[in-house]
Design a binder for this molecule. Sequence first.
Ligand SMILES: Nc1ncnc2c1ncn2[C@@H]1O[C@H](COP(=O)(O)OP(=O)(O)O)[C@@H](O)[C@H]1O
Ligand SMILES: N[C@@H](CCC(=O)OP(=O)(O)O)C(=O)O
Length: 262
Amino acid sequence: MRKLRAKRVVIKVGTSTLVYPDGSINLRAIDQLAFVISAMRHRGREVVLVSSGAIGVGLNYMGLKQRPKAIPEQQAVAAIGQTELISIYKERFAVYEQKIGQLLLTRDIFVYPKSHHNVLNTFDALLAQNIVPIVNENDTVAVDELDHETKFGDNDQLSAIVATNIGADLLIMLSDIDGFYDGNPNGDAAANLLPHIETVTQHTYELAGGSGSRFGTGGMITKLKAAERMLKADGQMILANGEDPSIIFQILAGEPVGTLFG
Ligand SMILES: Nc1ncnc2c1ncn2[C@@H]1O[C@H](COP(=O)(O)OP(=O)(O)O)[C@@H](O)[C@H]1O
Ligand SMILES: N[C@@H](CCC(=O)OP(=O)(O)O)C(=O)O
């Protein structure tokens, strides 16, 4: 059994968990997430959800099969999809009588002392009122200028930035894969799951590949960067399969599922 500290927990859920490969929305996963998080709140844990899916849900809403190439069009899809995504969350959480709040952040928000202060105050006030903050990157302003043809948003790192700044003990990163493997399982059938990684090294990065899904952006490299950030702040991260989000109950019970970093 694993020993975890998990009083304040950040859960990051990727597009691959929320949207089926054919582009339709996985309402079952969203409902399960709402159930698990509401149950965690009732047991006295403080939970923040970092959810991707604005673009994936927006594509579905607009009947588009592919992500548009131009950045402004992607931003428009994200703006449309985010309203739909948060409406679905609001509806599903309401079933469990759990209120939510929406925070759209950029990764640099904690660099500016005044913004940093305001954002932390908002988290504290929401958590003190038993409200679940749901965070996504503010896709309208978040384009990475240095590499903006290919890179758009990175909730893996945003989730770790949020977790370390609000002093979370644990980051649970849900994706479409059972954990971190010693090779990209999407192409390498012989790759093995690594249950425990104590430190992220150059060698770990060499085992990581890009995204496996059509709508996801980060792949494993951004997840490793997130893990590194958690470890530096003395936190822990678990990467696990979000296909059935009730896996979070197993994680919190210390069962050896997914990959533990830390
Ligand atoms: N070493 C590795 N271990 C596990 N998955 C890997 C590895 N390298 C690359 N991947 C790929 O990363 C994918 C998960 O990243 P991504 O598609 O961005 O998911 P999400 O939408 O959940 O953020 C996996 O489906 C897998 O194809
Ligand atoms: N902010 C973007 C997602 C960016 C992102 O990190 O996506 P993912 O790799 O699925 O976690 C969106 O909501 O579509």
